[in-house]
Design a protein around this ligand. Structure first.
Ligand SMILES: [Zn+2]
Length: 75
């Protein structure tokens, strides 16, 4: 009989823990992978990601290097 009580108590405790876990707020979820942080930029020519401060800007478009900026300008 004591074993049965122990098992019952275990299951109740388990249910309570699971219930509390399910109620945990999910605010600390990581960013979606498709969201680019503001400090990152994407090359308009090859699609490469780089820090914003390393990007070459040309008429509102961003490029990873001078070569790609010139190449895209020729098109
Ligand atoms: Zn590029």
């Amino acid at each position: 009989m004591r074993t049965l009580l122990f098992i019952a108590a275990f299951f109740i405790a388990f249910a309570i823990i699971r219930h509390l876990w399910g109620r945990k707020p999910r605010e600390n979820r990581p960013r979606k992978p498709d969201q680019i942080p503001e400090t990152m930029a994407r090359c308009d020519h090859c699609g490469l990601f780089m820090p914003r401060w390393e990007a070459v800007e040309d008429r509102g478009r961003l490029f990873c290097c001078e070569e790609h900026r010139r190449h895209a300008g020729r098109l």
